[in-house]
Design a protein around this ligand. Structure first.
Ligand SMILES: NC(=O)c1ccc[n+]([C@@H]2O[C@H](COP(=O)([O-])OP(=O)(O)OC[C@H]3O[C@@H](n4cnc5c(N)ncnc54)[C@H](OP(=O)(O)O)[C@@H]3O)[C@@H](O)[C@H]2O)c1
Length: 325
C-alpha cells in the first residue's frame, strides 16, 4: 500500500510517499482502508518532533480518517469488515490503510460524506470538550475565540453559537473574519491590528470576556488574559503562534478566573465513555445537518506535504482534507 513516510524529523518538504507493507492490527485494533484523512496542525508538529506524541522513525503521520473496515482484532466486538467508519489514530492515517484502537473507531452514520467525516472529529471533538466539559459555557456568556478561522477555532465559533454564547471571533485578516461571520460569529476582531484588545473591550465593556478559547498562544495570550471577566474561564487549547506564553499569575487572582487546560486526545484515552458520548452527540448533529464544517482545500495523498505546508503558512481556513481513494 502507499503511505506518506516521515524518515527524519523536519518540515513537510522532507516527507515522501512510498510503497510499504500493510499495518497489522493488534487484538483491540481495527485496520481500515482509508478513503480520506483530515489534516491538522498537530500533524505539522509531530513530523518536526515538536509534539507531545513522538512516534519512532520512520512513521506515517495523520491523526484522523474515514474509510471501510478491512480487519478487526479478536477483542473488537462493535465493528466488522465492510463497515464504513470514522476513526482517530494519533498517527498513521496518511496512507491507503491505517490501524487504530477499536475504542477510537466508530461506525459512520448513514449518508455522511466520508471526506467531511474524516475532517470532523478532532476539530469538533476538541472544541466541544473545551466549551462543554472544561468551560461549562452558559447561554448569554461571551466567548472570545483566538485563531477563530482555523480548524478547531471555526468549530468553536459554530459550537459556541449553538450553546447560546455571544461569539467574538479573532483572526488575522478580513477574509478570515468573513469566514467566521459565515460560521455564525456575532462580532469580528482583527487581532493582526495593534489595539485589538481595545476593540474587544469596546464590545464587552467593564464586565470582560467570560470564556476565552486560545488556540494560538504567543503574543496574543497576555492581552486576552487581561480581558477576562470575574469567574471567567481561559481555555488553553494550543500554541499555533509558536510560543508557549508565560502568565503573570496575579491576573487570574485579581479577576477570580480560571485557566483551564484542554487536551482532547488524552481525555479520549482516559475517559473513553465520556469521549464516546461526545462523539455520538457530535456525529448525530452532523448527520442531522445541524453542523456545517468548512473544508476549504482538498489534496491527493501524494501532496500531503503541500497540505501541511499550507497550514504552517496560515493559508488555510477551516479544515484541509487528504483524498486517499
Ligand atoms: N488541546 C487539544 O486537545 C488540541 C486539539 C487539536 C488542536 N490543538 C491545537 O490547536 C491549535 C490549532 O490547531 P488547528 O488544527 O485548528 O490549526 P489551524 O487550522 O492551522 O489554525 C490555527 C490558527 O492559528 C493562527 N496562527 C497564528 N499564528 C500562527 C502561526 N505562526 N502558524 C500557524 N497558524 C497561526 C492562524 O490564524 P490567523 O492567521 O488568523 O492568526 C490559524 O488559523 C494548534 O496549536 C494545535 O496543536 C489542540
Amino acid at each position: 500500500m502507499k503511505a506518506v513516510v516521515c524518515k527524519a524529523l523536519g518540515p513537510p518538504e522532507g516527507l515522501s510517499v512510498e510503497e510499504v507493507p500493510s499495518p497489522r492490527p493488534g487484538p483491540a485494533q481495527v485496520r481500515v482502508a482509508v478513503a480520506a484523512a483530515g489534516v491538522n496542525f498537530p500533524d505539522t508538529l509531530v513530523i518536526q518532533g515538536k509534539y507531545q506524541l513522538k512516534p519512532a522513525l520512520p512513521f506515517t503521520p495523520g491523526a484522523e480518517f474515514a474509510g471501510v473496515v478491512q480487519e478487526v482484532g479478536s477483542e473488537v466486538r462493535h465493528l466488522a469488515p465492510g463497515d464504513p467508519v470514522v476513526g482517530f489514530a494519533g498517527w498513521g492515517a496518511f496512507a491507503e490503510e491505517a490501524v487504530a484502537e477499536g475504542t477510537h473507531v466508530l461506525r459512520l452514520p448513514p449518508g455522511l460524506d466520508p471526506v467531511v467525516a474524516a475532517c470532523f472529529a478532532m476539530a469538533y471533538g476538541t472544541s466541544w470538550h473545551a466549551l462543554q466539559d472544561r468551560a461549562h459555557l452558559q447561554p448569554g456568556e461571551t466567548l472570545l475565540v483566538l485563531g477563530a478561522a482555523g480548524g478547531v477555532g471555526l468549530a468553536a465559533v459554530e459550537l459556541g453559537k449553538q450553546l447560546g454564547a455571544r461569539v467574538i471571533a479573532a483572526a488575522s485578516s478580513a477574509e478570515k473574519l468573513a469566514v467566521c461571520r459565515r460560521q455564525g460569529a456575532d462580532e469580528l476582531v482583527d487581532y493582526g491590528q495593534a489595539g485589538w484588545r481595545d476593540a474587544v473591550k469596546a464590545l464587552v465593556g467593564q464586565r470582560g470576556v467570560d470564556v476565552v478559547y486560545d488556540a494560538v498562544g504567543g503574543a496574543w495570550a497576555e492581552p486576552a488574559l487581561r480581558l477576562m471577566a470575574w469567574n471567567g474561564r481561559y481555555l488553553v487549547v494550543g500554541f499555533a503562534g509558536g510560543e508557549i506564553p508565560r502568565v503573570p499569575l496575579n491576573l487570574p487572582l485579581l479577576k477570580g478566573y480560571s485557566i483551564v487546560g484542554v487536551y482532547w486526545g488524552e481525555m479520549a484515552a482516559r475517559q473513553p465513555r465520556e469521549h464516546q458520548a461526545n462523539m455520538a452527540a457530535l456525529f448525530g448533529r452532523l448527520a442531522r445537518g445541524e453542523l456545517r464544517p468548512l473544508i476549504s482545500a482538498r489534496y491527493p495523498l501524494a501532496r500531503a506535504g503541500e497540505a501541511l505546508r499550507a497550514i504552517l503558512d496560515r493559508k488555510v481556513t477551516g479544515k484541509v482534507a487528504l483524498l486517499v481513494k
